[in-house]
Design a protein around this ligand. Structure first.
Ligand code: ATP
Ligand code: MG
Length: 406
């Protein structure tokens, strides 16, 4: 408000623009406030000396206000687009033309907070009222300029619970394949926003319906991956599910081979997942088949899984893919039994004990420790003395043969 006020008092046009106006009109809390103005970047900088020019070519200045950063962008029109994503050049223009370059009518509104008025050059208010997501201008041209807008359309439609207007939807279905040419990192960023929102199921349905799911992965998918049952997995997740969990629900049956483009490592590189997200995704995808086969797993395996801090997410994933209450209840009952004794006690036998028995650290050594810990988890050792006896036996029966005569 203060930024708009300062600019208006200096004689410029200045408004709140885009998503914040949409959210305010819908009674939602805007994530951030963007300002659009007739002032050129240099003039904005002159009035807010501590601010930072971020997109020089695009005329965007970041003004810091009480800890928050407000993007102040000069009204502009976009020139020719390149790479299906960015304009080569921009020219500074008017509010009306600035509205025309925006993506969807609901995102093309301005609000003058001083006068309390809305400036609507694109019919955005009526579309918000009708819950309609509509491209500004010719949809085919707008998606050809910037293919990422197709994913943005899905994100907004799902999140706001809007219907995509028919010619906008048709243009998306027609150009879906072009998404494959967009930077994987940008696709990953959009998918992160789509999948971490509770509306993820509707979004995935739209991805399927428009043919965008395939180019999202950049790899041919088989029927199984595109079956609508996949959507039930997403619907079965907790509302607040994080990115790794939601992603796992979407791809858990897609990538049987580790080198597939939907494997955790491939996604880490192409979508630029964090180390944490990749590790979580690996855990979830790796342990899900183990958990689904829980009746055949030894107790130690299950205890190790449930001792992991991600086990609640793994359970959520299991539940999402197991709609029948019977198996879910059975597993919960088993989980209660398992938790009756500690899930991750301190090991009774350590490496030092094996060394004291004359053994040297190595692969075999690690395997022994693991097996002894498994037995401990399976409640076979009432005390350390029993555990040490078992260790001695294991080492004696399983020790590598001594040097053979030549
Ligand atoms: P969110 O609440 O998710 O931030 P938003 O509408 O603010 O939604 P942003 O990505 O922050 O979306 O962009 C701000 C505004 O800039 C949009 O409302 C839209 O007017 C415009 N815009 C952003 N990206 C594009 C694009 N790819 N093509 C055209 N206009 C865009
Ligand atoms: Mg925004």
């Amino acid at each position: 408000m203060a930024v708009v006020d300062t600019l208006q008092k200096a004689g410029f046009e200045a408004y709140f623009a885009g998503g914040c106006v949409r959210d305010e009109l819908m009674g939602l809390v805007p994530q951030d406030y963007d300002v659009a103005t007739s002032a050129r970047p240099q003039e904005v900088l002159r009035h807010f000396p501590k601010s930072q020019q971020v997109g020089v070519a695009f005329g965007v200045v970041l003004v810091r206000r009480r800890g928050a950063a407000i993007e102040v962008a000069t009204f502009r029109s976009d020139g020719q687009y390149q790479d299906g994503r960015r304009p080569i050049s921009v020219t500074f223009s008017s509010a009306q033309l600035d509205a025309q370059r925006r993506d969807f009518t609901c995102n093309g509104l301005f609000c003058d907070p001083i006068r309390g008025t809305i400036l609507d050059f694109v019919g955005g208010r009526a579309d918000i009222q009708a819950r309609c997501l509509r491209a500004i201008g010719d949809p085919a041209r707008r998606f050809a300029e910037d293919h990422l807008r197709m994913l943005r359309a899905i994100r907004f439609a799902a999140r706001l619970n809007f219907q995509i207007e028919s010619s906008t939807l048709a243009a998306m279905a027609q150009q879906a394949k072009a998404l494959a040419h967009i930077s994987r990192e940008r696709v990953g960023q959009e998918m992160r926003m789509i999948l971490t929102h509770p509306s993820r199921r509707s979004a995935a349905e739209l991805l399927l319906e428009t043919g965008l799911l395939q180019p999202v992965w950049h790899q041919p998918l088989t029927d199984a991956h595109l079956r609508p049952t996949r959507l039930d997995w997403l619907a079965g997740l907790p509302r607040q599910a994080g990115f790794a969990l939601a992603l796992a629900a979407l791809i858990c049956d897609i990538s049987p081979t580790p080198d597939a483009r939907t494997g955790p490592e491939a996604l880490q590189k192409s979508w630029v997942l964090s180390t944490q997200e990749t590790a979580d995704l690996k855990f979830l995808l790796g342990q899900l088949p183990v958990l689904r086969n829980w009746k055949n797993q030894r107790l130690a395996v299950l205890k190790r899984i449930f001792a992991d801090h991600r086990s609640q997410e793994l359970l959520a994933l299991y539940r999402a893919g197991t709609p029948e209450p019977g198996p879910r209840l059975e597993l919960e009952e088993r989980l209660r039994e398992i938790s009756a004794t500690p899930l991750a006690p301190d090991p009774l036998v350590t490496g030092d004990d094996l060394i004291a028995m004359g053994q040297k650290p190595g692969p075999k050594f690690r395997a022994w420790l693991e097996e002894l810990y498994n037995q401990q988890l399976e409640n076979q050792f009432p005390d350390r003395a029993t555990a040490l006896t078992a260790a001695r036996q294991l080492v004696a029966t399983d020790a590598p043969p001594g040097p053979r005569a030549p």
